[in-house]
Design a protein around this ligand. Structure first.
Ligand code: PGA
Length: 248
């Protein structure tokens, strides 16, 4: 199982970032079967990743859609790769809320792949309706992301299903395991249009949205997912340790 810890803007202190990284290293040493990826705020990435010999890897929380140059404030994929990131979260709903359209997400995917960063593509509906219209939006997010890519590139994408209504809440307001199972089947069906043969079944699919120690096991057991993208529960040492142990 893969556990991606999205620290968002919760951590503003390098000492705290180092503590969480040390904890992650201790946990992965003890608990086999769990791979941990940390997505720290950009300024901490290099300090944490340089000289890292552990199996804990790093992700950018976002990358610039630009190719660099005269772009004040933009951090391009190559800079993240050089600072030690192996993955990049692309299209998180909190970035989409700041203007990332499906077209921008597609640009970011290709920038990320061009620099050797494995993209973690976030998709998910704002809300659900009883007629299943929300599925069309999710399909659109997937198809606009996958269609421009080569087959080789498509195989590198990790899909993180994160329904917006479940993000930043608590375990009891998160998705039900049966609903997640259904969604994962749907996602793999759509992915089948872009990846022939058994290709779609090899894509790593993560779930994110109020994963906490209270619901993680149930979701992992019943929904054919390959791991989790965790926000708030990943920046608390106690809950983060519980999350890793439960997955082991
Ligand atoms: P949450 O965030 O675990 O705090 O709900 C998940 C995410 O937004 O990636």
């Amino acid at each position: 199982m893969l556990l991606v810890a999205n620290w968002k803007a919760y951590v503003d202190d390098l000492a705290r970032a180092r503590e969480l990284f040390s904890l992650a290293k201790r946990l992965v040493r003890k608990e086999s079967g769990v791979r941990v990826v940390l997505a720290p705020p950009a300024p901490f990435l290099s300090a944490l990743a340089s000289g890292n010999t552990s199996s804990v890897l790093f992700a950018a929380q976002d990358i610039s859609a630009t190719t660099g140059g005269a772009q004040t404030g933009e951090v391009i994929a190559g800079a993240y790769a050089s600072a030690g990131a192996a993955y990049a979260i692309i299209g998180h709903s909190e970035r989409r809320a700041q203007g990332d359209t499906n077209a921008i997400v597609a640009e970011k995917l290709s920038r990320s792949l061009a620099q050797g960063l494995l993209p973690i593509l976030c998709i998910g509906e704002h809300e659900r309706d009883s007629d299943g219209h929300y599925l069309a939006g999710v399909r659109e997010q997937l198809t606009t992301a996958f269609a421009p890519l080569t087959l080789k590139e498509r195989k590198k994408i990790i899909v993180a299903y994160e329904p917006l209504w479940a993000i930043n809440k608590s375990a009891d307001q998160s998705i039900r395991p049966s609903d997640l199972t259904e969604m994962v089947l749907y996602l793999r069906k759509v992915l089948g249009e872009f990846l022939p043969g058994k290709g779609a079944s090899h894509v790593l699919v993560l779930y994110g949205g109020s994963v906490e120690p209270g619901n993680e096991r149930g979701l992992a057991a019943s929904s054919q997912i390959d791991g989790f993208l965790v926000g708030h529960a990943s920046v608390d040492s106690t809950t983060f340790a519980q999350l890793v142990r439960e997955l082991a």
